[in-house]
Design a protein around this ligand. Structure first.
Ligand code: ZN
Ligand code: ZN
Ligand code: FE
Length: 763
């Protein structure tokens, strides 16, 4: 018999990822299991629980919350307080209460769970082949949430009225769909429609799915409305179809991502490690960069990823994709539904307007997408997951800070832009916004900024932005009417990596990328920066060289090579120095550009590591003009993998220059030119170049006397460079940190800008 004197009540507040993950039903079942009375309720901070019963049961209940929480839940904090009994007579789930300020975590979208998958392929199930099946463990979240707390009336499912069967599931605490906010079935939920380019419906429901599959098999391009936007889909085994997509999308050689019907089909064409298998099939289900298998008679068109030894592969992640891919039973190109450089389409009419010149048909549905969320991209580096584009499945989960900071907004960089909003002990990075090159991209940026502020309900007191005076994001920050402060680009890279790894200064940061505005007004990009509490210093950098013609120089690796050679050979630079570079220009270009360099006209000076990679790619004949951002560096990395020999660095010198260390690459370039003349294979040169970069990083680390070394910046998307640098540093006793959940590229800049506030580096 229960001793009534022992009846106690506990009040529990849980913060973290606890809404939209089946947390309340879990608590309900747990209370029932332990025979406890009380209630559970969502509020805008998280989940609030009161239960009462004998002390021992309450203790077990508390432990079970921690130990048995639903798979997608993440408990950030659990605070509890023992109080006197209220004599509750039952356990109830109460209506959400809407507080003044929101701090509940907004959940990312979750890929279809195994239970739902079983149902959609079970002909006896009422959800057989239903494209919008979901449960508390899976389905849309971030892409359907209009406001917090996460309840159906606050989502884009609000206009769908649940049928009696769905309502029964929703109300049954023993059901997997108990309080599953987007719960739906073929009788009451969203439906598919297959349309022509004018938006004229041709078929609906399952017929629409079948017609879509047939159109793709017939070589047509179909715009498919998915979770966070439209994909353009084409048969990846049909070269003509893929080529047509390239032409219409105005996309040169940039690789397309592929969706495969299942894991086995990926494994038939790519090398897939256990780690990669886990990641592909995870609830985040990103696109992974995988090595193509050598010597397979791959049916995938070479047009998918020309001259590229990798493929970007993903698995279906919504029931719509699962059903479609099962019917297709072949891999398809699944690329963002946009024109190159423009944001992804989410609205049906907008898609018809903007994609009608690309797509032959449209597969659409009537569940509105509240905000665009692209597919995330990842790569395994140094045995760990490395995010290259952080979007679906990850955004907007917060990065936890180990102390409270004042509310702040950070506007990021120019390319691969993201925005971060921070406050209390969290920093929330937006989904991938993209390059701010076009007018639609700027609107997209503004919408996401407003959206993020509204959803998180934070009132920033300060705006952080890049030091570059001409960035669109800098301009936006200056025009918003709040206190705004610049953060140097390469410092921001390093700080983003420090926050992610929960590091405290002092550290030496290696910040290598393509372009960033330096405090001296030149273009930086091969930087070594020390961070101490309250101060930072440019400790070392690569030797600078001149570049002719701003953005054109970024697109043309041959211009990096020319500037680099000019800085070594001056007026003696002629055809005999390097015929490959000479022949990359026509006579007029060669003489004009040389003249400009000699007179220092239209030239900028850069220490960029990215441009150094470009120069080597040009000198070795791998790439003279980029078809897409980063192509030359990528080709250089891939060439090096073909050789991948033991350490055999080229020589370089470290000198003192203006109170900092300067790495002089001239001895390396001279030897590379000699190797070229003696017909050493390009792969060997690329390999030795990568070893040299790692050796440079080690030498500067040793010179700095720091123990903690941080690697960040776009160059560390390069697996070979990153792994070799880590290995060398670890072998010499350094503690090395790199990115995992935050991109090393400019997608991490906005988080890093917040870091400047946290580490007190704002002037
Ligand atoms: Zn599910
Ligand atoms: Zn229903
Ligand atoms: Fe950068």
């Amino acid at each position: 018999m229960v001793n009534t004197k022992d009846q106690k009540r506990i009040k529990i507040h849980i913060h973290g990822a606890v809404q939209g993950v089946g947390f309340r039903p879990f608590i309900y079942r747990l209370a029932e299991q332990y025979n406890l009375n009380g209630w559970v309720r969502n509020n805008s901070h998280g989940v609030h629980i009161e239960v009462e019963g004998p002390s021992i049961k309450l203790k077990n209940f508390l432990c079970a919350i921690q130990n048995e929480a639903p798979p997608q839940a993440r408990i950030q904090s659990l605070k509890h307080l023992y109080l006197d009994s209220q004599e509750y007579s039952e356990f109830k789930i109460l209506e959400s209460d809407k507080g003044q300020h929101t701090s509940a975590w907004i959940m990312p979208d979750v890929a279809t769970c195994p239970d739902c998958l079983k149902e959609i392929f079970d002909p006896q199930n009422r959800r057989y082949l239903y494209a919008f099946t979901n449960c508390t463990n899976c389905g849309p979240r971030f892409t359907i949430i209009e406001s917090m707390p996460y309840d159906r009336p606050n989502t884009s499912m609000k206009d769908f009225y649940m049928c009696p069967e769905c309502q029964a599931e929703y109300g049954n605490q023993r059901d997997r769909r108990f309080h599953a906010q987007p719960n739906a079935c073929p009788a009451c939920g969203p439906q598919l429609e297959f349309c022509d380019k004018d938006g004229k419906p041709l078929s609906s429901r399952q017929d629409a799915m079948e017609q879509t599959a047939q159109a793709i098999v017939d070589g047509k391009i179909v715009a498919v409305k998915g979770l966070g936007g439209f994909h353009l889909m084409a048969d990846a085994t049909n070269s003509a179809a893929v080529q047509r997509l390239r032409d219409r999308k105005r996309r040169g050689e940039k690789p397309f991502a592929l969706m495969f019907p299942n894991l086995a089909s990926i494994e038939s064409v790519c090398e897939v490690s256990d780690l990669e298998k886990r990641w592909l099939t995870s609830p985040e289900a990103p696109i992974l960069l995988l090595w193509k298998k050598p010597d397979t008679n791959s049916h995938i068109s070479p047009e998918v990823a020309p001259n590229n030894p990798c493929l970007g592969a993903m698995l279906p992640y919504t029931p719509l994709h699962h059903v479609l891919m099962q019917q297709l039973d072949r891999s398809v190109v699944a690329t963002s539904g946009n024109l190159t450089e423009e944001p992804i389409c989410i609205d049906n009419q907008e898609a018809l307007d903007r994609l009608r010149y690309i797509a032959d048909f449209f597969l659409m549905h009537d569940r509105p997408i509240v905000r665009p969320v692209d597919d995330s991209i990842g790569r395994i580096v140094a045995g760990r997951e490395l995010i290259l584009r952080r979007s679906r499945g990850y955004a907007p989960l917060p990065i936890m800070l180990n102390e409270e900071i004042k509310p702040a907004l950070a506007f990021g960089g120019h390319l691969k832009n993201t925005i971060t909003i921070a406050g209390q002990n969290q920093a929330i990075i937006s989904q991938h916004i993209g390059d701010l090159e076009t007018e639609p991209a700027l609107h997209h940026f503004r919408r996401i900024q407003e959206d993020l502020q509204k959803l998180t309900d934070k009132q920033p007191a300060i705006i952080l932005h890049d030091l570059h005076p001409d960035y669109v994001s800098t301009n936006e920050a200056q025009n918003i009417g709040l206190d705004h402060r610049p953060v140097q680009h390469h410092l921001a890279h390093i700080l983003s990596c420090m926050l992610e790894n929960e590091l405290e200064p002092p550290i030496l940061g290696v910040s290598w990328d393509g372009t960033g505005y330096g405090t001296d007004g030149t273009i930086w990009g091969g930087e070594f920066i020390t961070v101490d509490s309250g101060k930072w210093k440019r400790f070392a950098s690569l030797r600078s060289f001149p570049l002719v013609g701003g953005d054109t120089a970024i697109r043309e690796p041959r211009r990096s090579a020319l500037g680099l050679l000019k800085s070594i050979f001056g007026e003696n630079l002629d055809e005999s120095v390097c015929t490959t570079v000479f022949q990359a220009f026509n006579e007029l270009e060669w003489s004009n550009l040389n003249k400009l360099l000699s007179n220092q006209q239209a030239t900028t000076s850069t220490t960029s590591a990215g441009r150094l990679f470009d120069a080597i790619a040009s000198i070795t004949g791998l790439c003279q003009i980029n078809q897409y951002e980063g192509q030359a560096a990528m080709l250089l990395e891939y060439a090096a993998w073909q050789s991948n020999k033991q350490d055999q660095s080229y020589p370089f010198e470290v000198k003192d220059h203006d109170g900092m260390a300067q790495i002089d690459w001239k001895p390396m370039i001279r030897e590379i030119l000699n190797d070229g003349k003696s017909r050493v294979p390009t792969e060997t040169i690329a390999d030795r170049f990568h070893w040299t970069c790692a050796e440079i990083i080690l030498k500067i680390a040793q010179k700095s006397n720091q123990e903690q070394i941080v690697l960040s910046g776009g160059c560390f998307q390069n697996k070979l460079l990153t792994e070799r640098s880590i290995q060398k540093l670890i072998d010499e006793g350094f503690k090395v940190y790199w990115h995992q959940r935050v991109p090393p590229n400019d997608g991490g800049i906005s988080l890093g800008q917040i870091g400047a506030l946290k580490f007190d580096l704002i002037k």
